[in-house]
Design a protein around this ligand. Structure first.
Ligand code: NIG
Ligand code: FE
Length: 416
């Protein structure tokens, strides 16, 4: 009997893809995900199969529970320093984001906080938030730079992301065009990035993608194209914050540059739904930012019906979405876009893992994949329905229980 064997039995539902080896599943096929009851066996950190293993070292009682892949949060802005609660009050009482941003708040204010914080403070805040994410089922997450707003500060943010040292898999993105730093214009800042930040990425294997924020207060479509050319030349993925507060017709530009994802999409015009849905590019929906920012609702239902690779993510950041719980995001996404439970879970697992370039290993329950999975305290339909409740009874990373909700410890051989 190996010490690293686990048997999860009597689950009411086990979420599985229609076929093994799918890199992603387009949303018009989400209904093919199966939810039959059953078991899951783990050996040496990997999924061994879907039969109970009576001899396994750890026995998990999943009666009445759903077993699903660990959640993958493919869009967060960790690490950052401090919070911006006062801005939220300004926003809800009627001051627009652009005005807050132009008067020195917004991203610039987080950059000042980042500059003032010591490395250990930034890391401690990020690790605390990663623990909160783990307790809500996130077993893989993305980090972004973008609160540095200076060459050295952006490099510092990327290096700190590489030092997080948390139980989750962490994949980093260099958001090098987030806001125009003081003393630069947009082109001048990108010149500085090209000269001094891009070359340093070669020594940072945890950085897998470049990102850019297209908005009137930030960068435009030509800058998006420039970042796209950098990404292609460096063998990195292109990701882009687009169509958040207004329509800029950025999606066609992103698709021309083979973007891996376009994120936000609250102001996506109807003409861009079809081409995005047909492309090999994830449509990353961020309902936390939409809800808390009073933004428009992205056409999530239309994208799903048209067969897009839809994704749900937190956009966890101190400004637009200080939300770290994917169950909350799933609840918002289901309500705002009109998604089924299968669609929402697909968007927070396999398709999110593909967005990070990791779906060969993560994001679905398949024999041979890493045993990152969750035992939920009810059926998958409850995740959105019991809005605000944490449904995660236990979270496993590579077959090890890394979070067990105290009232559910009896299920996991008494582990706490
Ligand atoms: O994804 N849109 C740009 N970036 C972040 C917000 C950044 C901030 O306000 O701190 C976002 O919403
Ligand atoms: Fe974001």
């Amino acid at each position: 009997m190996s010490e690293r064997t686990v048997s999860v039995q009597d689950a009411a539902q086990v979420l599985r893809p229609p076929l093994d080896g799918l890199p992603y599943l387009r949303h018009d096929r989400a209904g093919e995900l199966s939810l039959d009851g059953g078991a899951l066996a783990v050996a040496d950190g990997r999924i061994a199969g879907f039969e109970a293993d009576a001899g396994a070292a750890l026995q998990v009682d999943a009666s009445g529970c759903a077993v699903v892949p660990g959640f993958v949060d493919c869009h967060t802005h960790l690490p950052f320093a401090g919070w911006r609660a006062e801005e939220y009050e300004q926003k809800v009482t009627g001051v627009p984001y652009e005005e807050i941003s132009r008067s020195g708040g917004g991203i610039a204010s987080s950059a000042r906080a980042f500059a003032a914080a010591r490395d250990e403070q930034v890391l401690a805040q990020a690790r605390g938030l990663a623990a909160e994410m783990l307790s809500h089922g996130t077993t893989t997450f993305e980090t972004k730079s973008g609160y540095g707003l200076g060459v050295e500060a952006e490099l510092r943010a990327l290096r700190l992301a590489g030092r997080l040292d948390v139980p989750q898999t962490v994949v980093s993105t260099a958001l090098l065009a987030h806001a125009v730093p003081e003393g630069y214009d947009a082109d001048g800042w990108l010149d500085a990035v090209e000269a001094a930040v891009l070359p340093a990425l070669a020594d940072m294997p945890h950085v897998r993608a470049l990102d850019v924020f297209v908005e009137t207060v930030a960068f435009d479509n030509e800058h998006l194209a420039r970042v796209g050319r950098w990404a292609a030349a460096a063998g990195l993925d292109l990701r882009a914050h687009v169509e958040q507060f207004a329509t800029h017709r950025s999606v066609p530009v992103a698709l021309e540059h083979a973007a891996r994802s376009v994120d936000h999409l609250s102001c996506l015009p109807p003409d861009d739904v079809g081409p995005l849905a047909a492309a090999e590019c994830a449509a990353v929906l961020l309902p936390g930012a939409e809800f808390l920012g009073g933004e428009r609702t992205a056409p999530g239902r239309d994208l799903a019906d048209a067969g897009a690779i839809c994704v749900l993510a937190t956009d966890a950041n101190p400004g637009t979405s200080p939300v770290f719980s994917l169950p909350v995001i799933i609840g918002l996404g289901v309500r705002r876009y009109g998604l089924s439970a299968r669609e929402a879970l697909l968007a927070a697992t396999l398709n999110a893992a593909w967005t990070l370039g990791r779906s060969d290993e993560l994001g679905s329950l398949e024999a041979g994949k890493r045993a990152d999975f969750l035992v939920l305290d009810g059926p998958v339909e409850s995740v959105a329905y019991r809005f605000g409740h944490n449904p995660v009874a236990a979270a496993f990373v590579a077959g090890r229980p890394v979070w067990v909700r105290p009232d559910q410890a009896w299920r996991v051989g008494g582990a706490t």
